[in-house]
Structures are given as C-alpha cells and as structure tokens.
Design a protein. Structure first.
Length: 199
C-alpha cells in the first residue's frame, strides 16, 4: 500500500459509465459483510467504491447495490464471492446464499478456495501494483488494507503465519476474493438487475 500511495494510485477516481462495475465479496452476518466495486480498463483495476455492514440480511446489500447503481447510472458486470456462498441456511426453505442472492437478482460466481491463505495474499501482492482506488468512496477499505497484518504470538514473541482476524480482515478477504477470482471467468456485462418485489 505504501507503493500504491507513492505511485499516486489513491486519487479522485470517477466511475466510468462506459465500463461495467464488478463486485467482490466477503460474507458475514454477525460480523462484517464487505464488498469492493471494481472497473477494469487499460490493465488498470479501478476500485470505485467499498461498502460494509453487519447484522443485516442479504436483501440489505442488494438494496444498497440498486441505490448505488441508480445514483451513478452504470451497468453491472460480474459478481464474485467466496466459497461459503454454497453454504445452505437453515429454515423451512433451505437455500444456499448464492441461491438467495440470485433470487434477489444478483448472480454471483463462486471463487474456489485456495489451498493456503498465503497463496491468496501473494496473489493480492502481485496484482496490487495495477490497482487504483477512489480516495473518498474507498477510504474505509483503504484504511483496512493498510492495517491488514499477521497475528502476533505473545508466548513465542513471533509473527504467526496466519493473518489476524479483526475488522481489517473482512475487507482484506473481499480483496483476496478479487485477487483469486479475477480472470476465472470472462467478465459479462449484465444490462440491469431483475429485482424481485421481495427486496
């Protein structure tokens, strides 16, 4: 992130209405659910928005997406989420989270889980030099990426291999979803949501 700043890749970054907006997710219920909004052109990954919330259902995020799209007037591209989208929620009508999103008009591609977290982190380090961020709409996400760090082992006085699980880790996991998922599927332009009355 220091190099991103040094190269002035955090700036006022308008949403390009000629480009689709893709999303990358980390799922949460009692803790934060996070999403990065992304455009791609000229080998530049442009992050034009970051959103997070907690203790809200999927409908809340779909509503936010629609309001954000209505405000800015872009078209959607491809949506990417983690492997736990395939988890089935308990209840009378058992559905995966992916199925719930799709029912509300958002079809999300599941990004396969990498064998090791460090592989995802390395993917993010590799692609980060080609990433630009809007300084205002992504300010919270930028701060979290700045503070994403390993867990400190107090007993042994060494850094553990795994990252610390805190507020920053949810945002970073959504960014890792981007690093792992980009290029798995050719981006598809979806002209509009087919929102249902349920949201």
């Amino acid at each position: 992130m220091m190099k991103v700043r040094a190269n002035k890749q955090i700036l006022n970054l308008p949403i390009d209405l000629s480009l689709p907006v893709n999303t990358f997710w980390d799922l949460g219920v009692s803790d934060n659910m996070t999403v990065w909004f992304h455009q791609f052109a000229n080998n530049q990954h442009r992050f034009v928005n970051y959103y997070e919330n907690s203790n809200e259902g999927i409908q809340h995020y779909v509503t936010y997406m629609k309001e954000f799209q209505d405000k800015h007037g872009f078209v959607w591209g491809t949506h990417y989420g983690p492997h736990d989208l395939a988890v089935r929620n308990l209840g009378a009508n058992i559905k995966t989270r992916k199925e719930i999103f799709k029912q509300l008009g958002v079809d999300i591609n599941i990004v396969p889980r990498t064998p090791a977290k460090q592989d995802s982190i390395q993917n993010a380090r590799t692609i980060l030099p080609n990433c630009w961020f809007d300084e205002k709409r992504c300010s919270t996400g930028i701060s979290y990426l700045d503070n994403y760090t390993k867990e400190w082992d107090k007993r042994l006085a060494v850094w553990k291999n795994e990252p610390r699980h805190d507020m920053a880790s949810h945002c970073a996991d959504a960014f890792l979803c981007f690093a792992d998922g980009w290029g798995l599927n050719d981006p598809v332009i979806i002209e509009d949501f087919e929102f249902t009355s349920e949201w």
